[in-house]
Design a protein around this ligand. Sequence first.
Ligand code: CA
Length: 238
Amino acid sequence: MTTKSKDLIHVVEDDLAIARLIGQTLEKFGYGVEFFSTGAEFLRRLKSAPPGLCILDLGLPDMDGMELLPHVRARHAFGLLIVTGRSDTHDRVLGLELGADDYMVKPFEPRELIARVRSILRRYQPAPANPAADAVRVAEFAGWRFELGSNALTSPDGRTETLGMAEAQLLCALLERPNQILTRDQLLGGRDVAALDRSIDLRVSRLRKRLEENPVHARLIKTVYGAGYLFSASVSWS
Ligand code: CA
């Protein structure tokens, strides 16, 4: 039986003992697993068969996982979970800013790994079938263009990037209700989110870095002190 790509997990880890532990845990829960001990092997494989989720070690023999993240994120919309020995907050925040969905520090409990994998995969599941949703919805605002479904964001000068699911959900929530104050709870949208992604503020700062000329003096995503955020632009949907 072939594994459907959404249930396929890539494990990029050069420590064989850890790779084996992760692999056994995933297989026990029915996931298909492919292993890569270098970043280069993983990138090559992505061209032919992208997975539903990738578990990424940061300390790889040929490159740092942090270098891989933006490469992968620019081209693919699948789940990315960092599993690393590095536990400081700086790495954690940087990893999430570069597009990872969650971050786990070694050593970890197999049950915790599975819980996080499930949570990320759920977020990447397509919305339930709905005839009206078959047509791609596109939002245009301030020269930008965002395509729902593919999560492709195109800048006014024509560069396209693929957003991770957490960022795409936030952008979508803002685009659907422009020029209104939205609380952090409204922006979370009641979706199941991993502990680290509860930080709406972190996601807002990631989006600002993409959208704003000067993220410190944001013009599009404005902070409303004590209340939440406001998306200040007119949005047209097609
Ligand atoms: Ca390593």
